[in-house]
Design a protein around this ligand. Structure first.
Ligand code: ATP
Length: 200
């Protein structure tokens, strides 16, 4: 039987690092950031629906999505954001389900989804892993590694579910406030547990 594992965490918490470690161990990882880009490629029904809802100004002249233009609309207008999500989230869910079917009947499939909690997808997982760090560490890493300003990092963190909301959905909280080596060790132990659960 496939063990469906949800993986989430705040921006800059170390989610991609954990997902890469799980992939190395043998998990099939479904990357929702990638799916979110795929469903708005030219020719996709979601892109057509976005252009119908928000107008041609959200497209570049070559027909690709103008992300900054769309972002400017949805960042300030909650209704617009809900409409956008009503278009993209079902398309993302369909693709994830398709990839999961393609992964076969056995093994560990990781749904690497920054919006796992916001999308209400945690309840569809057998196990939910949440990568967690104190907000100041999140900010420091985003400023250090991504060149973000501190204000930008804070605004992005504020736009996501809170640490408490994510923790409430978690079966395991992965504390990533230590070194990367410590994270490797923690994920190794968790992997062994996941393998045991998938075999039982
Ligand atoms: P996003 O949500 O933006 O995709 P993320 O949660 O996937 O972020 P990562 O990209 O894995 O986060 O990590 C953010 C940055 O912090 C990366 O540059 C990563 O190398 C670094 N990092 C991750 N874990 C640690 C750690 N334990 N110690 C120091 N740096 C770390």
């Amino acid at each position: 039987m496939t063990l469906r594992v949800g993986l989430t965490g705040g921006i800059g918490s170390g989610k991609s690092t954990v997902s890469a470690l799980l992939r190395e161990r043998g998990a099939v990882v479904i990357d929702y950031d990638q799916l979110a880009r795929d469903v708005v490629e030219p020719g996709e029904p979601a892109l057509t629906a976005i252009a119908e809802r928000f107008g041609a100004s959200v497209l570049h002249p070559d027909g690709t999505l103008n992300r900054p233009a769309l972002g400017a609309i949805v960042f300030t207008d909650p209704d617009a954001r809900r409409d956008l999500e009503a278009i993209t989230h079902p398309a993302i869910r369909d693709r994830a389900a398709q990839l999961e079917r393609e992964a076969g009947e056995d093994g560990i499939v990781v749904h690497d989804n920054p919006l796992l909690v916001e999308m209400g997808a945690a309840e569809h997982c057998d196990v939910v892993l949440v990568v967690d760090v104190p907000e100041q560490i999140q900010i420091d890493r985003l400023v250090r590694d991504r060149g973000m300003s501190e204000d930008d990092a804070r605004a992005r963190i504020a736009a996501q579910a809170s640490r408490e909301q994510r923790a409430a959905a978690a079966d395991h909280v992965i504390d990533n406030s230590g070194t990367k080596n410590e994270l490797v060790h923690t994920v190794g132990g968790l992997w062994d547990e996941l393998v045991r659960s998938s075999a039982s």
